[in-house]
Structure formats: C-alpha cells, structure tokens
Design a protein around this ligand. Structure first.
Ligand code: UD1
Ligand code: CA
Length: 454
C-alpha cells in the first residue's frame, strides 16, 4: 500500500459547452486555473494527484507544478481517461478519481469519501448529492438490480426526475479498476467510454455531500457561479484571520495575495497577482503585484500595478500607480495623478492632476497641480530629478533629462528645460504685460468682427 492514495484528476476533455478557445479546466478562478483548485483539494486530503491531459496538454501541465501526468490519446470519455492513467497507478489500494471541472471540491469531501470507502470495504464507492436541479448530471438509479448511474442523455422521463446525482468523485480499489476498465463498451454516437458504467451491483454510494462542493462547471454560467462561491470562501478565511472587509461578496482576493491582520479591503476592491496588503485599499481600487504596507492607504478608485506604498503613504482617490512606483513613508499622491518608474520621497506631495514618469521626487518636495514630467521625446525616455524640499509651481512642464536642485522653486506655468541649481528660483514663461484701460477697445473690436451693433 502506498503511504498516500493517488487521486486521478480528469482534465483532458474539450469543454465544448464553454464556447471558449481556452481549455475548460484552465479557466481562471481567483488567479488559479479551475483544475488547480481540484488539485489543491485532493492534496489537502493527503492524495498525490495524477492529472489526465489531452486538450491543450502542454498548457495544462505548465499550470500544475508538482503534479504527475498521464496523457489520454483522444478524448474518448471519462472511462477511457482513467484507463490512460493505469500505467502510473499503484497495483493495489484505494485510487480516488475526480473531475477537473469541479473547482469547489474540498479536501474534507475527499477525506470523507476515502473514509466511507475504507469502512464499506467494497471495490468502488461513489459520492452523490441531491441536486436542486439535476440537469446535466448522471442520475443515481436504485432498483431491483442494485445501483447504477444513468447519464442525462440516456434517462427515461422518470429517471430524469431523480435528484440524487453522481458527483463525479469516486474511490476504486486499484486492482479491481485494472480488471474492470477493459470491460467498458463505447456509447454511440460519439463512441465514448463512460466511467459511470463501472458503478453497478457491489458499488457503494456515499450520499449526502453538499451540492455546492461538487458544482460541475460545464458552461460560463456555472463558471461565474463557482467564482462567486470561491470569492466568498477566500474572503471569509481572510476575515477570520483578522482582515476587515467592507463586503465579503464584492471584494476579489486572488490566491497569490497575502494580507495582514487589520488590513482593510473596501467594497469591490480587487487584489491580484502577488500583492501584499497590510494597510487600507479603498472601494473599487485595483492592486496588482503591489505592496500596500500597514499604515498606507490606497484611496477609492485607484490602480496600483507593481507599486509599493510604504507605511503612511497615501494615493488616490483616482490615482494610477504604474510599474516601479515607490511611495515612501508619508508621501501623498492625489487624484488624477499618474506615476511610472517614479520614487516619491518621504513626506513629498503631488496632490492633483500630475504625471510623474521616470522621476525622483525628493523628501518633502511639493509638486503643484498639473505638473508634467516630459520623459519622452519621441525616441528615448529620460529622467527628472526633483530635489528635497523643492517646490514646483502648478502647471509646470519639466523637460527631461532635467534636475531641480534641493530647496529650489519653479514658478507656476514654467517650462523647465535646463537644470535648476539648489535653492534657486526658476521662472520659464512669457512675462505678463498689463495694458491699462484696453479691455473696452478689445471688446468693441470683437463685436464688430462678429457683425453685432456697437
Ligand atoms: C460526468 C459524469 C456524470 C457526473 C458529472 C459530474 C460521465 C460519463 N459522466 O458528466 O455522471 O454527474 O460528470 O460533474 O463520467 N474528461 C477527460 N477525458 C474525456 C472526457 C472528459 O479527461 O475524454 C474530463 C473532463 O475534462 C472533465 C471531466 O472529465 O473534467 C468530466 O467530463 P465532462 O464531459 O464534463 O462530464 P459530464 O458530462 O459533466
Ligand atoms: Ca462536467
């Protein structure tokens, strides 16, 4: 007997009902492919996964590190799929078989099925549940001949009304499986071999599983439903670990994300990729591969991608932090500010309508509303350096490469094309001219031009 049971995960099907060029089992749910959820569940139950692949095999294998694989030559049904895994199955002992399209599967459900199989002692145990709507599932039919599974397509009207259905998860005795798989015969019209035909007299049905744990995803409606259930499960687990959620249903936290106790996740926030959040993420903000440290705030409707907000930093609402943005402690980036490859020093502020690209903003500097770092000349990208405590007046254009020294002041509306020495005042705009009393004259000429009487 091997130490751990092997679990065969069937993932070779075409998934035609998804109407997608992507293999069904690769459709992502919270940053993990559908079949990845099944693999995690069987591992949680202590099983070693063997994944049966065919359609988009290379992509499926690449998505499942640490698994063993068996290749099904052609997708000739679930029975044929298990047959193609025989070469890597043990000679004896329990073998779990489960479908790769039931992403809500839990380790506890598989553990329960394994225990029932051991207790019953028969060659085959199948998990069943009572479906609110059994459409699409194989029905568990019990009559004088014992138990069997009748697929939707082959149901009599009476059988179609049966609500106890096949979950698609089984435990077989390995030796019995080897002896009996060759007895399967193909079903017209597609010539598929049904694994379900192995469930007959002598099989044990372990019933009462939760319908939700075995939701079979065959189309996009079920995919979206599964996504909703997983979202709530993941969020609830984080909430139990101390994370504050404005709403458990609307926030999306992908599986690669880590959170600290007391982090806050706003309504409809999306935390994706390899993000880490210890601070606050406001409603409808999107955080991808970014760090929001404890004490940092990303206000509502902001986007952070490959960005870091150190403790005490704040961004948004409506900020866009693009890759390689670092907001140091206590810095503020306000509404309609875009940053890219930019470091905003401790306590520095760029509060309104600004673009900081390829820029370094020194400690305590103030970047006025509407300031643009002109980092691109149509061919290359260049850096703007703003010194510590510098003051950039509103609506300035800093044409890179350019440096504004520590403590310098740039007058509002300036176009800065040359370096500004430390503690200097730079004004780069047309000087203002006042012509006293000229306004009525200008107005009269304008009216005459428009054909209006004086
Ligand atoms: C299957 C069961 C049905 C059960 C339901 C539970 C059969 C004949 N029917 O139906 O009784 O109620 O699951 O969800 O088994 N696959 C392969 N190779 C193939 C065909 C399928 O690996 O040649 C894989 C698919 O990728 C999928 C799984 O097996 O992950 C189930 O296949 P699917 O076609 O979805 O079966 P259902 O019609 O849902
Ligand atoms: Ca299915």
């Amino acid at each position: 007997m091997p130490d751990v049971a092997v679990a065969v995960v069937l993932a070779a099907g075409l998934g035609t009902r998804m109407r997608s060029p992507l293999a069904k089992v690769l459709h992502p749910l919270l940053g993990r492919p559908m079949v990845g959820w099944v693999v995690e569940a069987v591992r949680e139950a202590g099983c070693a996964p063997v994944v049966v692949v065919n359609h988009q095999a290379d992509a499926v294998m690449a998505a499942l590190p640490g698994c063993r694989f068996a290749r099904q030559e052609a997708p000739l049904g679930t029975g044929d799929a298990v047959r193609s895994a025989l070469a890597v199955l043990p000679e004896a002992g329990p073998v779990v078989v489960t479908a790769g399209d039931t992403p809500l599967l839990t380790g506890a459900a598989i553990a329960r099925l394994l225990a029932a199989h051991a207790a019953h002692g028969g060659p085959c145990t199948v998990a069943s549940f009572t479906a609110a709507d059994p459409t699409g599932y194989g029905r568990i039919v019990r009559d004088a001949d014992g138990v069997r599974i009748v697929e939707q397509a082959h149901c009599t009207p009476a059988q179609a009304l049966v609500r106890e259905v096949n979950s698609g998860a089984y435990v077989f005795d390995a030796a019995w499986l080897r002896a009996n798989l060759p007895t399967l015969t193909p079903h017209p019209p597609k010539g598929e071999f049904y694994l379900t035909d192995l469930v007959g007299p002598g099989a044990h049905v372990c019933d009462g599983f939760a319908e939700l744990d075995f939701l079979g995803v065959n189309d996009r409606a079920a995919l979206a439903e599964a996504r909703g259930v997983l979202r709530r499960r993941v969020n609830t687990a984080w909430a139990r670990a101390g994370v504050d959620f404005a709403d458990l249903d609307s926030a999306i936290v992908e599986v690669g994300v880590t959170l600290e106790p007391d982090a806050h996740v706003g309504h409809g926030a999306i935390l994706a990729g390899r993000s880490h959040v210890g601070g606050m993420v406001g409603p409808h903000s999107i955080v991808v591969d970014s760090r929001v440290e404890a004490g940092a705030i990303l206000h509502a409707h902001s986007i952070a991608q490959d960005a870091v907000l150190h403790a005490g930093a704040q961004a948004g609402p409506f900020a866009r932090l693009r890759p390689a943005t670092v907001l140091e402690a206590g810095s503020h980036v306000g509404n309609f500010v875009e940053t890219k490859n930019a470091r905003v020093g401790a306590g520095a502020k760029a509060n309104h309508l600004t673009y900081l690209g390829d820029a370094e903003v020194g400690e305590g500097a103030n970047v006025g509303a509407g300031t643009i770092t002109c980092n691109y000349d149509g061919a290359g990208k260049y850096r703007t350096v703003i010194g510590a405590r510098a003051f950039i007046g509103s609506n300035s254009a800093l044409v890179a490469p350019v440096t504004v020294g520590d403590g310098a002041i740039v007058g509002a509306g300036s176009t800065v094309t040359r370096d500004v020495p430390a503690d200097s005042l730079a004004v780069g705009r047309a000087p203002q001219v006042n012509r006293e009393g000229r306004a009525p004259d200008v107005r009269a000429r304008a009216r005459a031009r428009a054909g209006k009487t004086p």
